[in-house]
Ligand binder design. Structure first.
Ligand code: ZN
Length: 656
């Protein structure tokens, strides 16, 4: 493990808090050190308070911040003298401790200080760094883990037995540290939990962490136990419809739509296919704050029935009487290991499934290192407690009252890079859906940087590309519940007498043929949507009221409209609803270049301004207006509506 410290970067830091941010981010960049809140840092700074008195402030990582992206406001400023007084109390309950820390901060808007704040305060060094390094956990999680850790570190580290994070642990560490530290001590190992380093300045503390973790890695290496597969992607040997079927079964067991993330790579396949996996994957998490229950079920081919019934058995065996949804959600295995798939993780949100996937991929390295070292021996079930992010996620849901209407569901949007499509992505994300956005314009890939958005460049007239895109989304989210079919082209404005075959076919290929191909492709997935499939098709006012000079566009949209009506007839019994929207005069879309706008206006003998507002309500129609209605059409308000054609045009006198 190499130090990432760069003098030129460090020079840009004006004070110790800025340096604290800098080296915290260096730690955060290495996922084998810290992952999703699994680590924290602090710095003690002398300041002058509002009365002109000197006081030392402990800046400690606040909850809700990740070390990789932390900024100065992510550190909670707590009065150090109060922290040290608390550490001397004989008893202090964790709620009391949280209350004392929160009420002794210097900034009311600061995040809640880390549960390990008192521990940071008690270590008598300016900078303190704490990680849950994979290599340290691998050595610690073995039968004679404590002995091995002492062998690795000698006098360099004070070694603390496992205690749950909180006041007891902080007090124990403070006492043990002052009793056992020597002139050589540069760190402290918390067995089955992680490691601390400290120093007089940011660089010393950070580089001691690197040195200490390197010692652990060298120890593993010297015993042939440093296992780490290159996480190159591999093709899963399970068909996408089988994945969607599994998601439907699991969602119905849980009683709510769930997202499934499948990670098939060299690491997950090697872990799940190993002959001892059934044993070591069930022994428990690598550190008690990862309460990620795992289930290893060989799902060969599309044998989803045995898979789902294994889940049913799991609940029956482990949680008799746990019929209530929350209990099932909490108790459900979050990680599924399968020799054909590698790993699949479950979550109510995409973020949830992603966090579990990333945590467990690291667990795989730790478990296989510990196995190679003689046997993985984690702590028993009694020490387990809920992982912090899960509590946070739950708290977020509770705070906002009802969960978002599409939480746990997946939506596809075509033509997602601009206009109505781009707005539809936003409307669906706002309602809690995970969204796959497709567009020929590569900017679709960077529309949103979040776990619940996947943007893929895709020409909808290329069936192989479209299929590959949908399958990628199924791997990432588990299924497909909704589609907003929006992509379309207007074509050149031309009278029928001048219409060439090539132009006609180009418009038909995008507006009609590509939508037929898409409907055919997504039908098996929509059929498996836990709440039933929904499709909103962006039609056009041209369907009921065509315009001169737009033969190809009008004919293609009319044919698409008829296709939607037939789909409603064929798919209604399968619980799939499909409805059309007929927008008109939506000018903030990719379709309406200035040139097209001028041509259309000329066809009606109007100025561009007159053309833009020609509806009976005299209102402008935006992409957002259309997108919101498309999202609502997929929601419970329209639960019993299919084959509807709804105008979004401010009232058009030719349609009325
Ligand atoms: Zn920790």
């Amino acid at each position: 493990m190499k130090s990432l410290w760069r003098d030129e970067e460090a020079k840009k830091c004006s004070d110790d808090l800025a340096l604290r941010v800098y080296t915290s981010r260096l730690l955060g960049r290495d996922k084998s050190l810290v992952l999703h809140g699994g680590g924290n840092t602090s710095v003690k700074i002398e300041e002058t308070n509002i009365f002109g008195e000197p006081e030392t402030v402990l800046y400690v990582k606040g909850s809700g911040w990740d070390l990789e992206t932390i900024e100065a406001p992510g550190f909670s400023p707590v009065r150090l003298d109060h922290v040290l007084k608390l550490a001397k109390l004989p008893v202090l309950s964790d709620p009391q401790m949280v209350n004392e820390l929160t009420t002794h901060m210097l900034r009311a808007s600061a995040p809640a200080p880390s549960i390990e704040t008192i521990l940071h305060g008690c270590l008598p060094y300016r900078f303190v760094d704490h990680t849950h390094a994979d290599a340290v956990l691998a050595i610690s999680n073995t039968a004679n883990g404590e002995q091995r850790i002492r062998e690795v570190y000698g006098n360099r580290c004070v070694v603390i037995p496992y205690l749950m994070p909180g006041f007891e642990l902080a007090r124990y560490c403070a006492e043990a540290f002052s009793r056992e530290k020597t002139a050589d001590t540069i760190g402290m190992v918390l067995l089955n939990h992680g490691i601390f380093s400290f120093g007089a300045n940011a660089r010393e503390s950070y580089e001691r962490m690197i040195d200490l973790v390197t010692l652990a890695e060298d120890y593993l290496q010297s015993r042939g136990a440093l296992v780490s597969e290159e996480p190159s992607t591999a093709v899963p040997r399970v068909a996408a419809p089988a994945q969607a079927l599994l998601r439907k079964r699991l969602s119905s067991l849980v009683g709510a739509p769930m997202l499934m993330r499948t990670v098939t790579n060299a690491r997950t396949l090697a872990f799940a296919a190993h002959p001892d996996c059934a044993g070591y994957s069930q022994r428990g998490p690598i550190t008690p704050d990862h309460i990620i229950r795992t289930k290893r079920i060989p799902m060969l081919g599309s044998d989803v029935d045995s898979y789902a019934s294994a889940y049913r058995e799991y609940f029956a065996i482990n949680e008799p009487g746990a019929h209530d949804r929350k209990a099932i959600l909490d108790q459900a295995p979050r990680v599924v290991l399968d020799p054909a798939l590698g790993m699949t993780t479950l979550g109510r949100s995409a973020k949830d499934a992603l966090v579990v996937a990333e945590l467990y991929e690291h667990s795989m390295d730790v478990i296989r290192c510990a196995e190679a070292l003689g046997g993985y021996r984690p702590l028993g079930q009694a020490e387990l407690f809920e992982v912090e992010y899960w509590d946070l996620e739950q708290a977020k849901l509770k705070k906002s009252g009802k969960p978002p209407v599409f939480l746990g569901e997946v939506a596809l949007v075509t033509g997602a890079a601009s206009g109505i499509g781009k707005a539809a992505v936003e409307s669906l994300l706002a309602r809690g859906a995970a969204v796959l956005g497709l567009d020929v314009n590569p900017s679709v890939q960077n529309l949103h940087q979040r776990a619940d958005y996947l943007g893929l460049t895709c020409d909808l007239t290329d069936p192989a590309k479209v299929r590959a895109s949908i399958e990628l989304a199924i791997l990432q989210f588990g299924g497909l519940d909704m589609a907003v079919l929006n992509a379309g082209v207007f074509g050149e404005s031309r009278r029928i007498a001048d219409m060439g075959d090539a132009e006609w076919r180009r418009v038909m290929a995008v507006n009609l043929d590509a939508n037929l191909a898409m409907l055919r492709l997504i039908h098996p997935f929509l059929k498996l949507a836990p709440r039933g499939g929904r499709v909103a098709v962006i039609g056009s006012k041209n369907v009921p009221a065509p315009g001169p000079g737009a033969a190809a566009y009008s004919a293609s949209k009319a044919a698409l409209n008829q296709l939607v009506r037939v789909a409603a007839l064929e798919w209604g019994a399968e619980g799939i609803r499909i409805n059309s929207l007929h927008p008109n005069a939506v000018f903030d879309t990719g379709l309406w270049t200035d040139e097209v706008l001028a041509q259309r206006a000329a066809n009606y003998g109007m100025s561009v301004e007159q053309y833009k507002t020609r509806n009976v309500m005299k209102v402008e129609i935006s992409s957002h207006d259309v997108a919101e209605l498309a999202a609502e059409l997929c929601g419970p308000l329209f639960a019993k509506t299919t084959a509807a054609q709804i105008p979004v045009d401010g009232g058009d006198d030719r349609v009325i």
